[in-house]
Ligand binder design. Sequence first.
Ligand code: SF4
Ligand code: SF4
Length: 268
Amino acid sequence: MEAHYFEIIRRALAREGFEAVLNDKYRIPDKLAAIRAGLGRYGKNSVVLTEKFGSCLMFVTVLTDAPLKPTGPAWEGDPCGGCDLCLKSCPTHAFPAPYKVSRKLCITNWLWGIPAPRDLRDKQENRLFGCGDCVRICPKNRKLEPRTSYPVRLEDVPDRPELIPLAAAEPEFFRKTFAAFPLRAGIDALRGNAVIALGNTADEAGIEPLRRTIHHKKLQIRAYSAWALGRIGGEEARNALREAKSGELERAVIEEIDMGLLPSPARH
Ligand code: SF4
Ligand code: SF4
C-alpha cells in the first residue's frame, strides 16, 4: 500500500518536473520527518498528533528536489495539555515519562518479532499484529470517522483470522490470511504471535498445533510454544513438553520447557 501512495505522489511531482524517491535506503525516521515537515507534534505517547487526523496515521517519507516552502511547526504550544490517558493505558507500562517510550516494553515491537519477555507475554493477550491501546484511547482520535473512499484498493483479507489453524499453518495460509502490511513483520513473527495468543487463551484445543510448533526450525517459536503449552497445562500438554525436551538441543528452549513443566502457578 505504501508503494501505491508513493506512486501517487511521485507522479504528481513528476508532472511538475521534479523527482521523488522513497526513504527506504536513506532510513530517515518517518515520525521525525513528519514533525519537521510541520504535519504534527509529538503526543505524550511519542506518536505524532495532527490537528485534522489525530494520531491514526502512518507516515511515508518521500525525498524530492521540489522547492517546497517550509510551513512552520504544527500546533503552537502543547497539544496534550493536562491529559495523560495514553500513559495510563499501556498494558506494559512502557512510558517511563511523557514523550518517552521504552521500545523494549512496547508490545508492538514484540509483534514485529522482537522476543517478548517471558514475564510479560500474558500482556500480549491474543494480539496478532499491533497494539495501539495508547492511540485508541487518545481524545484527539475520538471524533475521527472511518473513511468511505480510498485512493488504493483495500485488501480482501479477514481482520480476525482463526487462531487454532493459524499457529501451525503453511506459509501460504499466512499469505492469504494477512494483509500486506502485517506480512512485512514476516511469517515467523506472525506465527510466534499466534503461538503466544494460544498460550494466553489457555484452551486445550491449542495443544495440537503447539505440539507441531514446538518442533519449528526457529528457536523463538519453539520457546514460545513451550511457554504456551505450560500455560495450557494438563497431562496432554505436559506430555507434549516432555516429548519435545527429549529431542531439543538449545538450552534456551530446554529452560522454557522445564519452566512449562513446573507446577502452576510457578510456570506462569
Ligand atoms: S502500543 Fe501498546 S504496548 Fe506500545 S506503548 Fe502503546 S499501549 Fe504500550
Ligand atoms: S492521550 Fe492525551 S496525552 Fe496522550 S497523546 Fe492523546 S492527548 Fe496527548
